[in-house]
Write a protein that binds this ligand. Structure first.
Ligand code: PEP
Length: 251
């Protein structure tokens, strides 16, 4: 992990979590306040239906909250969608944009992801912009070029002056229990860093790059200590407070 950047561990609950799951937030809050103080910022991105409760429950223990998506426009006739300012109004400080599940399920393009990130910044949120290659793209040696293209298209120019977070999530590692080798993670994160520094010479060194994809209590310590890995985006293992806390403690 690059030490000058304070690490961040974000949990993506996806479409999981009824009100009963708020017990996990209380448990996590208890672990964070009674155990050793965490060396990472802790963010939970729950379903929007319980976002404001997560904000309230997490406040005293430093748990921050984020949305899982926002619309690319500020307001209007978009039934069922949620705007960045609605998330901010509910207490969120972060929002995931361009997750591979949204890119796949909803046909989200880099241009749309960039517009969402711009909306997020405009509403005072920090966008967590996801990029990552498919298994076929990795097997054919295209992983770095695919991710570079996604970064170019998805990261707004405003990232030079506003806080954004990049999450590298190889699609084939999400929810599968498989992860890239440490060498592959090292190479990819170095390549992302290089691209950020070349586009944002002033701030590129300080943009957080998270790793996501089957990050678990068992592999967290090794993956989170890789150079240019400034934290993690955690799906399945963020649903249980104990597992998530173990990952946070691995920082
Ligand atoms: C994710 O979907 O962002 C993710 C990283 O999922 P998992 O940890 O379950 O692989």
């Amino acid at each position: 992990m690059t030490t000058s950047i304070s690490p961040l561990i974000a949990g993506n609950w996806k479409m999981n979590g009824l009100r009963g799951a708020l017990d996990e937030i209380s448990t996590l809050a208890g672990l964070l306040t009674t155990g050793e103080s965490p060396r990472a910022l802790v963010v939970i991105c729950p379903p929007a239906t319980i976002l404001s409760e997560v904000c309230q429950l997490g406040a005293t223990s430093g748990i921050l909250a984020g949305g899982q998506d926002c619309h690319s426009q500020a307001a209007g006739a978009h039934t069922g969608d949620i705007s960045a300012s609605m998330l901010a109004d509910a207490g969120a400080q972060y929002v995931i944009v361009g997750h591979s599940e949204r890119r796949a399920d909803h046909g989200e393009t880099d241009a749309l992801v960039r517009a969402k990130a711009e909306q997020a910044i405009g509403a005072g949120l920090k966008p967590i912009i996801c990029v990552g290659e498919t298994e076929a793209q990795r097997d054919s040696g295209q992983a770095e070029s695919v991710v570079a293209e996604q970064l170019t298209g998805s990261v707004p120019d405003a990232a030079g002056v506003h806080e954004v977070i990049i999450a590298y999530e190889p699609i084939w590692a999400i929810g599968t229990g498989r992860t890239p080798t440490i060498d592959d993670i090292t190479r990819m994160h170095a390549s992302i860093r290089q691209q950020l520094v070349s586009r944002f010479p002033e701030t590129g060194m300080s943009i957080r790059i998270l790793y996501g994809g089957s990050l678990k209590p068992q592999n967290a310590r090794e993956i989170l200590s890789v150079d240019n890995v400034n934290g993690g985006l955690v799906g399945g293992a963020s649903l249980l407070a104990k597992d998530f806390y173990t990952i946070i403690s691995a920082v």
